[in-house]
Design a protein around this ligand. Structure first.
Ligand SMILES: C[S@@+](CC[C@H](N)C(=O)[O-])C[C@H]1O[C@@H](n2cnc3c(N)ncnc32)[C@H](O)[C@@H]1O
Length: 206
């Protein structure tokens, strides 16, 4: 999908006053709080309306949020103001994003399954590049079984992850935890109900 059509599609989804995925952080991300250190740099990729980037900033991290949708990023800035935290936001297409080498202590990749296998490979390469040695990847996504649940995510099985796929994609990382599970999530109107999930916490080698 071209940047323009992807941007338009997401701008339309984000056009209302409400927050499509809510304003509370993703539960998996929030559960990793003990691994975060105030003052660290964090990149929240495809951060949408900012619920996760703002939460990371509330933990004392210096957060850059990147997303293709300018409407989402406006709402993320409003959420950051409301919570009285700083958030650097960048409107960009991750397909052409210039991943700066060794720049972030933490990368949060929460539901970035707009990416088809080719783009996913490029994004994963970018994550490996942009994390500092010893940096932390926090990723949650859907598994192919999610298509049957229909409670969120795109209807494209090839965009989904399995634990085996993530283990292989980050085989050079230390896997801190990797779990497949079916759980009920409630994240605004965008993600709601029983969901087929996979969670990854991994560290780039030092
Ligand atoms: C399912 S939403 C998840 C948003 C956020 N991570 C969250 O969990 O609340 C997917 C996000 O990917 C963004 N997106 C889609 N295609 C993109 C691209 N090519 N580059 C950057 N962001 C993109 C959309 O604008 C949207 O905000």
């Amino acid at each position: 999908m071209s940047e323009q059509s992807e941007k338009d599609r997401w701008n339309e989804r984000y056009a209302g006053d409400d927050y499509l995925f809510g304003t509370s952080p993703n539960a998996f991300l929030a559960a990793q709080r003990h691994l975060l250190v105030p003052g660290q740099t964090a990149l929240a990729i495809a951060d949408g309306e900012g619920r996760n980037g703002v939460w990371l900033a509330e933990q004392g991290l210096r957060v850059t949020a990147v997303d293709v949708s300018p409407i989402a990023l406006d709402k993320a800035r409003r959420l950051a103001e409301h919570k009285d935290v700083d958030l650097t936001s960048i409107q960009a297409d991750l397909a052409t994003w210039d991943w700066q080498e060794s720049s972030f202590d933490v990368v949060a990749a929460i539901f970035i399954q707009f990416a088809n296998p080719n783009l996913r490979e490029a994004i994963f390469r970018g994550i490996r590049r942009t994390l500092v040695p010893g940096g932390l990847l926090l990723l949650q996504g859907y598994r192919p079984e999610q298509i049957q649940y229909g409670t969120g995510g795109p209807p494209h099985a090839e965009n989904m992850y399995t634990a085996a796929m993530l283990r292989e994609a980050f085989s050079d990382f230390e896997i801190v935890s990797l779990a497949e599970h079916d759980s009920i999530i409630q994240e605004g109107t965008g993600h709601h109900g029983m969901s087929a999930l996979v969670d990854l916490v991994a560290r780039k080698p030092s």
